[in-house]
Design a protein around this ligand. Structure first.
Ligand code: CDP
Length: 253
């Protein structure tokens, strides 16, 4: 690459989209957005838009898949055909199958599965728009939807991407940063109270120092995601309480 073609991924402390190295894209989460589902959530994280529906715990069928000791988590991550620049085939590809597997396993660490033998907890994720970091956005939204469904959990799962672009360790990479020639992309999910890591994937290579720096950034990022998740649930349950009081009042009259 010629020197003049070199992109400064961080210049004067600012990234290409104006963020600081440790700054997340704006996050908005709403719990309880789908009537039919037992639990649901809608999340916007920068350009990423994710809708999650949770069903269950319900009888696992066919019967031979049932586990008499615990519930199964069936996580379905799907990208809408229109969510990416080139039309995505509606058929689930290798990437979606992999993301579904590791995300389901991450949620299993949080849910008290042993309380629901022979059942399945189905989590349906639809990515409606994307700009890198969709698996962490989806996982963060999914744990809000699980809480909305009233499924008992040790903690929420909060997830974030960290990585490197242009030699700089940065939080929450966007697509332009993920496409940097030296990019490292590391999605991480944790149970924020205990800091137990329940998902960690890595594309690219870090030095030991970069790794330590990114783990610190990830922890900071997850704490912010956790706050947004709890705020969404607080809002949902305060509204539900208000509705409940209103209908009780109407019943008394
Ligand atoms: O979205 P995430 O970072 O979790 O996964 P990725 O495999 O690293 O993909 C990064 C981004 O590439 C996605 O968020 C999409 O915007 C884009 N992508 C795409 O354009 N076409 C695909 N078939 C898959 C992903």
């Amino acid at each position: 690459m010629k020197k003049k073609d070199k992109v400064d991924y961080v210049k004067n402390g600012k990234r290409l989209d104006g963020r600081k190295v440790d700054e997340l894209r704006p996050i908005k989460i709403e719990a309880g957005v789908l009537q039919r589902a037992d639990g649901s959530a809608y999340l916007e994280w920068g350009q990423n838009k994710v809708l999650v529906a949770v069903y269950g715990p319900r009888e696992a069928l066919p019967k031979h898949i049932q586990n008499p000791y615990r519930a199964l988590v069936n996580y379905n991550y799907r990208m809408a055909t229109f969510s990416v620049p080139d039309r995505k085939s509606p058929k689930p590809g290798r990437r979606e199958i992999e993301i579904s597997k590791v995300s389901g396993e991450a949620l299993e660490r949080a849910i008290f599965l042993e309380r629901f033998p022979n059942t399945t907890i189905d989590v349906f994720v639809e990515i409606l728009d994307s700009n890198a970091g969709t698996r962490v956005a989806a996982l963060s939204a999914a744990s809000v939807a699980l809480a909305d469904a009233g499924i008992p959990m040790r903690d929420l799962v909060s997830a974030v991407g960290v990585g490197k672009a242009g030699g700089e360790v940065i939080l929450d990479l966007n697509k332009a940063e993920e496409d940097a020639p030296d990019a490292v992309d590391m999605p991480i999910a944790m149970l924020p109270r205990t800091k137990e890591i329940v998902l960690l994937q890595m594309d690219g290579l870090f030095t030991k120092k970069e790794w330590q720096k990114s783990m610190k950034l990830a922890e900071k990022g997850c704490e912010q995601v956790y706050e947004a998740q709890r705020e969404a649930l607080r809002k949902k349950f305060l509204e539900a309480e208000k509705e409940d009081k209103k209908s009780k009042k109407a019943g008394d009259q």
